[in-house]
Design a protein around this ligand. Structure first.
Ligand SMILES: Nc1nc2c(ncn2[C@@H]2O[C@H](COP(=O)(O)OP(=O)(O)OP(=O)(O)O)[C@@H](O)[C@H]2O)c(=O)[nH]1
Length: 601
């Protein structure tokens, strides 16, 4: 196969705020270029996983190669990188952008610029992208293309006078988008005669092919049978297959400069493939790696335990399998006095956590208990040693701690004027520090610094509810700062329950402690004796509730008459017991854990 001349290749991403129509547009581009026969076309083809389709969100960056015969008579290869829309997966946006030269900026013409639009545009500008503004949803009566054009110019500083007006839903003017890609986005650069350098954009595990690596070739060629080297660790692998996504995987002989595609090379685990790494020819290696991009760092950790201790083996296998396909998911084994053997798991954010939990229970049929999510704290000991704290249960004695630091974020929030007051109150309640309050057209935009710990639990939900869903939110992690942070232990019948302990700022400690005690009081069934429930910082109790004693004979009301009914009742009770956790003399139902761990504001 001869290389496609660079002048006839375009590599592009679509960036947009969530729900502005990115996936719908991608589907239309695929359909219009005839890449997929209509009957094969499932809606939102790029959203691969069942879960993605159900939740209507794009999780993993996907790529597809389109062939387009342009009005100039030439046939172009258009490589589209889809990007995820949720803040948790923002780092995947950066890796997609690094593999392209241009972006389509999709803005909903009835909504206008949102927080994520801005965040994504800035990333694209950082990646030196040419950007074509696309105004979508012009079929809606509420669409105001002129106002939104003006907004794009005012806020982003992009010339929007020749923005492409489309409706992805009704397929209006998709041709206009394709022409804009060809005429307004630059072709890639690269040198076919140089030695191979290719950027490792993504990797995942495929049941048939093993580890599949998504690459963007910069210089040289990637061919079947050649030996490639990963520049970060020097490991070498023989290429078994190279190919492209149409979006089905189709093998080709080689990938040349500017092209995107996949490689398989008998690589054992996804852990051996570092996103952002450079692949080169093992026999004639390049001397300099391509500029990579930032690796993903898990910011939220929680413990995952099987409800039934016998399921630990199954959990072990399942997290291993999950990791094969999700290199941002981290895990290490841990042992909790309360919950037995389980895993401490690291996630990109709360949505990522929820998705993993759901996949574990759905795909692997596991019943799990998750402990309260926690951010990573940095602890400086009095002897100068430093440690990272992933689990509040591991916190050293306060007497040996010199300083505890917590991660902060910089959040950008856009919200209609009417809800601004409530949003600012929410930010202040969460220890936020206002950095900026400006207007985007007529729309307020607040920039706040907030402790990540105050955001991970439910900030996004609260923001949505105080703004009736109108606020949009985006954040970047913004360093560590020392804070007055304490560990709150929960004691049931005077015994600490490690899985319920959590970190909080001292000013929030009393409120949180009280809340959790009240919740547990409702959730733990009465027993034959009184049970105190306490929240404590070190030895000092900050909140207390008592569950009063009660005699409980569930069979009493059966009058001893109907024996089968009595047995049924006892069986039912036994079944319930399996879902209990024993704490000294007290049994705590699993539902109590789950509910207690769901923090309210
Ligand atoms: N009326 C109208 N609705 C549209 C149009 N394009 C997309 N939509 C609808 O807008 C919603 C969001 O579209 P998606 O394509 O899923 O949005 P997205 O930006 O890909 O969202 P994520 O994948 O979650 O990031 C869907 O309900 C679409 O049917 C359009 O041109 N007109």
């Amino acid at each position: 196969m001869t290389d496609t001349p660079l002048s006839r290749i375009r590599n592009f991403s679509i960036i947009a705020h969530i729900d502005h129509g990115k996936s719908t547009l991608a589907d239309r581009l695929i359909q219009t270029t005839g890449t997929v026969a209509l009957r094969e076309m499932k809606e939102q083809l790029l959203d691969n996983m069942e879960l993605e389709r159900e939740r209507g969100i794009t999780i993993k960056a996907q790529t597809v190669r389109l062939q387009y015969k342009a009005q100039d008579g030439e046939t172009y290869i258009l490589n589209l990188m889809d990007t995820p829309g949720h803040v948790d997966f923002a780092y995947e946006v950066s890796r997609s952008l690094a593999a392209c030269e241009g972006s389509l900026l999709v803005v909903d013409a009835s909504q206008g610029v949102e927080a994520q639009t801005l965040a994504n545009v800035y990333q694209a500008l950082d990646a030196n992208h040419e950007i074509v503004p696309i105004l979508n949803k012009i079929d809606l009566p509420a669409a105001e293309p002129d106002r939104v054009k003006q907004q794009i110019e005012d806020v982003i500083g992009l010339d929007a006078s020749d923005a492409v007006l489309i409706s992805a839903k009704t397929s209006l003017n998709i041709e206009g988008v394709l022409e804009a890609i060809v005429t307004r986005l630059p072709p890639p650069t690269g040198d076919a005669d140089k030695t191979l350098t290719a950027l490792l954009v993504d990797s995942w595990y495929d049941a048939y092919l093993g580890v599949v690596v998504l690459v963007r070739v910069r210089d040289g060629h990637l061919r079947k049978g050649m030996k490639i080297r990963m520049m970060s660790n020097g490991s070498a692998h023989t290429v078994e297959q190279v190919g492209v996504f149409t979006p089905k995987m189709v093998a080709v002989d080689s990938l040349g400069p500017g092209e995107m595609g996949y490689v398989t090379a008998a690589i054992k685990t996804v852990a051996d493939t570092n996103v952002g790494d450079t692949l080169t020819d093992d026999r004639n290696p390049a001397t300099e790696a391509l500029p990579g991009f930032k690796p993903s760092i898990p910011v939220v950790w929680c413990g995952l335990y099987p409800v039934d201790a016998d399921d630990f083996e199954k959990l072990r296998e399942s997290v291993g399998k999950l990791r094969l396909n999700d290199s941002s998911f981290h895990y290490e084994m841990e042992n909790s006095a309360a919950l037995g053997l389980g895993y401490r798991c690291g996630f990109l954010g709360l949505l990522h956590l929820e998705i993993v939990q759901e996949r574990l229970s759905r795909e692997f049929d596991l019943d799990l208990i998750a402990t309260a999510p926690s951010v990573v704290y940095k602890i400086k000991r009095t002897n100068g040693e430093e440690m990272e704290l992933h689990n509040p249960a591991d916190m050293p004695d306060p007497s040996v701690i010199a300083e505890i630091s917590e991660p902060w974020i910089k959040a950008t929030i856009m919200v209609p004027e009417d809800y601004l007051g409530s949003v600012l109150t929410l930010c202040n309640e969460r220890r936020g520090v206002q950095v900026e309050l400006t207007y985007v057209g007529t729309r307020p935009m607040a920039v706040y610094r907030l402790p990540l710990n105050e955001v991970v639990f439910d900030f996004y939900d609260r923001l949505k509810s105080v703004s009736r869903g109108y606020a949009s939110f985006d954040y970047t992690v913004d360093g560590y700062e020392p804070g007055d942070l304490v560990k709150i232990s929960i004691l049931v019948n005077a015994e600490p329950v490690d899985a319920l302990s959590f970190m909080a700022h001292r000013t929030q400690a009393d409120r949180r402690g009280r809340q959790i005690c009240e919740k547990l009081k409702e959730l733990i069934p009465r027993q034959l004796f009184k049970i105190p429930i306490q929240a404590a910082i070190g030895g000092r109790v900050i909140a207390r509730e008592t569950i009063s004693a009660m005699s409980k004979d569930v069979t009493a009301k059966c009058y001893g008459g109907d024996i089968s009914r009595k047995r049924k009742l006892l069986d039912k009770q036994k079944e319930g017991k399996k879902r209990m956790r024993q704490f000294g003399k007290v049994e705590i139902p699993q539902s109590a854990f789950i509910a207690a761990l769901k923090m309210d504001a």
